[in-house]
Design a protein around this ligand. Structure first.
Ligand SMILES: NC(=O)c1ccc[n+]([C@@H]2O[C@H](COP(=O)([O-])OP(=O)(O)OC[C@H]3O[C@@H](n4cnc5c(N)ncnc54)[C@H](OP(=O)(O)O)[C@@H]3O)[C@@H](O)[C@H]2O)c1
Length: 267
């Protein structure tokens, strides 16, 4: 299985947002399959501890790049920091929203930061790292998105919109690159047990409910890199469409709002 990943895509993988949660699970799963990994995140101690754990467990190389993916020059810095590596798999994972509140109850700068990290970041990553993959004729890109992409919903305005951007970006690149040797997967997640998710739910005093396991998410995604454009973790039909099916957009938005927050209006 190890050779299958590196042989098909290349020796190195990058996980943007790779120090905990789903990203760390991806990094471990990639390393377990023999891929060297570059981990990107902001908090240096967590980042270094995660890389050390991978080196101790698997016979692979690691590199850490500490940066804020919401900063304007983040992706050019990451490109420089990895310019000597053949990156065959890029996972853009960072993207969670740490506070789900009404649109006007967050400051504008926070919304803009989310848009930068979740939209500009994946687009630049796809351009800067996907371009060389297309030129080589091999590679894979995973953009981690969310069920919040399926429809709008109260308290989800900026987050859901960025995740819809990621979904459409992944699907479009899949359509362009499927005959160029590059697999693209828009990975749609539901509630998954990560430190970010726990922090967000704890802050609101909300019960966690049923949670997916990040290790299962990562392993399943790696098994299905070539089964894009979209993979819906936890669905009976993971390559299927929106779970809202034939609902009107209005009903879908109201259902999403009921699920997301007490701000939802049932009428
Ligand atoms: N967990 C869920 O229930 C859930 C549900 C649906 C979709 N998703 C999607 O799954 C993905 C992963 O979610 P997650 O729960 O694991 O949490 P996350 O907060 O999206 O990801 C955590 C990782 O990303 C890094 N990170 C976050 N912001 C960063 C930034 N600005 N610059 C650099 N690194 C950054 C974190 O390290 P630092 O904090 O040290 O930077 C950590 O390594 C996201 O795209 C999210 O939208 C998650």
């Amino acid at each position: 299985m190890a050779e299958a990943l590196t042989g098909k895509y290349g020796p190195w993988g990058v996980v943007a947002g790779g120090s905990d949660g789903v990203g760390a699970a991806f990094a471990h799963a990639m390393a377990a399959r023999g891929m060297n990994v570059v981990l990107v995140a902001r908090r240096v101690p967590v980042l270094e501890a995660s890389a050390a754990e991978i080196r101790a467990k698997y016979d692979v190389e690691t590199r850490t790049v500490a940066l804020d993916l919401g900063a304007p020059d983040a992706l050019s810095e990451l490109t420089r920091a990895t310019s000597d590596l053949e990156v065959g798999l890029f996972v853009y994972n960072a993207g969670g929203d740490d506070r789900s509140v009404a649109f006007l109850d967050k400051d504008l700068g926070t919304h803009l930061g989310l848009v930068h990290r979740n939209c500009v970041g994946p687009l630049e990553a796809a351009y800067r790292f996907g371009g060389p993959m297309v030129a080589r004729g091999r590679g894979a890109v995973v953009l981690v998105t969310s069920g919040a992409a399926w429809a709008g919903g109260a308290t989800l305005a900026a987050y859901g919109a960025t995740k819809a951007f990621d979904l459409i970006l992944a699907e479009s690149l899949w359509a362009e690159w499927r005959t160029r040797g590059v697999d693209v997967l828009g990975l749609v997640l539901g509630k998954t047990d990560t430190p970010s998710m726990r922090r967000a739910f704890d802050a609101e005093g909300k019960p966690y409910g049923e949670l997916a396991d990040p290790d299962d998410v990562a392993a399943e995604a790696l098994d299905h890199l070539a089964d894009g454009p979209t993979w819906i973790h936890g669905s009976d039909t993971p390559t299927g469409g929106s779970p809202f099916g034939a609902l009107s957009r209005r009903d879908a938005v109201l259902a999403m709002s009921r699920g997301a927050s007490a701000h939802g209006d049932d009428t």
